[in-house]
Design a binder for this molecule. Structure first.
Ligand code: ZN
Length: 299
């Protein structure tokens, strides 16, 4: 198991390295973020002021930033609530000899170099924004612990090295998630078997190639073959008891229908949680607890 994980990790890293090697611009873009911490403190205040004025609140992000935030939310890396407190904008940081991107501890704002606005920068932009959002979370936690003066404290200066290492690893892991997709896991918590059809909104190859049911034994967990890059799914599932009540997860009268084994099924739209921000599968949990919402039941 451990060996498999190590092999998979190496495979992902190699694939990412290959991808970046193929894209000189992308490689150049990601390196500054991964190199030793470059501080925006070195930038002239007037440039920071101009840049900060271009940082917009959630809802007002420039399209490329809004797309990156939407990708990260869909991947289950951050919630929209977390973005709602952060102003983000593009700025000519590198032209001013600054870093590729920076997160302000005191102002809860993130600046990305204007080079990340290009269309071919999607993956690197997502990874870089994830790196800077990690700094936002780090700053928020430390401010809650040490107070608002934290950002000008010696403690913050001392924390910068581990914060940078943590954000680098986090950004790498998120890049890998976008490159490979997140695994998808179905947990059947019912005492009876269930037949499940699960369709990803944004599948990586192998999910949704053909419409067929997956049989999940009682209290078993099944990992699907394919992966996905969004937490939005459509599902039809039903338990298969030998007698008594059958539980159904589906959409009665839904506009989304699929023909599976010659029969039409209505699908229910669902949003899955993920095991953790930067790793692990999307999780579909089938619960037969009486107090938990089962959309329909029938005899
Ligand atoms: Zn950083």
């Amino acid at each position: 198991m451990l060996l498999r994980r190590v092999i998979e990790h190496v495979r992902i890293r190699n694939a990412l390295l290959l991808l970046w090697a193929l894209s000189g611009a992308a490689l150049a873009a990601i390196c500054p973020a991964n190199a030793e911490p470059v501080s925006s403190d070195a930038l002239p205040q007037e440039i920071l002021d101009v840049c900060d004025a271009r940082a917009m609140p959630f809802g007002g992000y420039e399209p490329a930033i809004a797309a990156a935030a939407a990708d990260l939310i869909a991947m289950g890396v951050f919630t929209s609530e977390e973005f709602s407190n952060v102003k983000i904008g593009f700025c000519g940081l590198r032209d001013a000899q600054g870093p590729a991107a920076t997160a302000s501890c005191a102002r809860d704002s993130i600046l990305l170099d204007i080079g990340y606005a290009a269309k071919d920068q999607n993956l690197v932009r997502n990874a870089t924004l994830a790196h800077e959002m990690k700094h936002y979370l780090q700053h928020s936690e430390r401010k809650a612990e040490f107070g608002q003066d934290y950002c000008s404290s010696d403690q913050y200066a001392a924390d910068k090295t581990w914060m940078e290492e943590e954000a680098d690893a986090f950004g790498d892991d998120v890049a890998a998630l976008f490159f490979t997709g997140r695994m998808v896991e179905i947990k059947n918590e019912c005492p009876v078997a269930a037949s499940v059809y699960l369709e990803a909104d944004r599948p990586m190859p192998a999910i949704g190639d053909s419409a067929s049911f997956i049989e999940v034994a009682p209290h078993a967990t099944v990992v699907l073959d394919g992966r996905a890059t969004s937490n939005l799914f459509r599902i039809y599932a039903e338990t298969t008891p030998s007698h008594g009540q059958k539980r159904i997860w589906g959409g009665a009268g839904a506009s989304d229908t699929r023909v599976i084994d010659g029969k039409v099924y209505g699908l229910k739209r669902i949003t899955l949680s993920s095991a953790s921000r930067s790793a692990g599968p999307f999780e579909m949990r089938l619960s037969c607890q009486p107090d938990e919402a089962a959309p329909e039941t029938r005899e």
